[in-house]
Design a protein around this ligand. Structure first.
Ligand code: PEP
Ligand code: MN
Length: 300
């Protein structure tokens, strides 16, 4: 979605004013006004259609994944997420099912038609993870893994690049630049919260970055309120706030039985919570498109 309205400075004015955008040749709006990036994944046009990616933190079993995938589809989601490779804080925590997990995701895709968003954590895995993924996720902990960025930049799959938990906007955009510089133009930025002195929430979801990205770059941006808050009760309000801030989509953790989840049990929505959230999100999005932005200038 392109943000419009009087409270925006306009992309060229703001991009020129931010001198630290130097070297971000490919991600920034250039002076002649590069058009926003749009690309197709399944039936969705990322950057134009609002996307909702739902699914478990980790692929744990075939049953859990297939049931969750059905719930995501019924609940209005248009893509399925699920980690087969899990970058965990402790080496003793569940590390993911690897190839077995990817095969389960493949089955879920065959059953529901939902495209797959899944994380790749090692440059050596990129080529074969591409056989299963429709979008490659680069996790927060790997945002500045430059060899991984170069490798996904050589692939022909879109990349969902999560913001590192200690990263500035400039550092994050430089990572997107790495991918674009290798020839892959299809990058989605994902705000998933940063670490601040606040400890009540798991991370501090920096929604101000969404309109900032829209001012400075042509890339689509989605928001992950699951990792961004880590708290079930905050996910719906922050999802709505992300829509209001101009995000192009949401990525949400959903589990058929959150209490039993092998990772991120505290922040996974039940299928019912997911469906109720998406209904409100779509209503707000429609209201914004039809009421708030109905009289603004057409997209370039
Ligand atoms: C995830 O999406 O499950 C994940 C590990 O996210 P992040 O990299 O944002 O922590
Ligand atoms: Mn998770």
């Amino acid at each position: 979605m392109k943000l419009k309205g009087s409270f925006f400075l306009g992309k060229s004015a703001s991009a020129k004013g931010v001198n630290n955008m130097k070297n971000l040749k490919l991600v920034k709006f250039n002076d002649s006004g590069k058009k926003s990036t749009f690309f197709k994944v399944g039936n969705c046009e990322i950057g134009r259609d609002f996307i909702i990616v739902g699914g478990p933190c980790s692929v744990e079993s075939e049953e859990q994944t297939l049931l969750t995938a059905d719930a995501v589809k019924k609940g209005g989601g248009n893509m399925l997420r699920g980690g087969a490779f899990k970058p965990r804080t402790s080496p003793y925590d569940f590390q993911g099912l690897g190839l077995k997990g990817l095969k389960i995701l493949e089955k879920a895709k065959q059953k529901t038609g939902l495209p797959i968003v899944t994380e790749v954590i090692d440059p050596r895995d990129v080529s074969w993870v591409c056989e299963y993924a429709d979008i490659l996720q680069i996790g927060a902990r790997n945002m500045q893994n430059f060899s991984l960025l170069k490798e996904v930049g050589k692939s022909n799959k879109p990349v969902l690049l999560k913001r590192g938990m200690y990263s500035t906007l400039r550092e994050w955009l430089n990572c997107a630049e790495y991918i674009l510089a290798e020839g892959n133009p299809n990058v989605i930025l994902c705000e998933r919260g940063i670490r601040t002195f606040e400890t009540y929430t798991r991370n501090t979801l920096d929604l101000s970055i969404v309109p900032a990205i829209k001012e400075l770059t042509h890339l689509p941006v989605v928001v992950d309120p699951s990792h961004g808050t880590g708290k079930l009760s905050l996910i719906e309000p922050m999802s709505l706030a992300a829509v209001a801030a101009g995000a192009d989509g949401l990525i949400l953790e959903v589990h058929i039985n959150p209490k039993e989840a092998l990772s991120d049990a505290d922040q996974q929505l039940t299928p019912e919570q997911f469906a109720s959230l998406t209904e409100k999100v779509f209503k707000l999005k429609k209201f914004m498109d039809e009421t708030i932005y109905s009289e603004t200038e057409p997209e370039e």
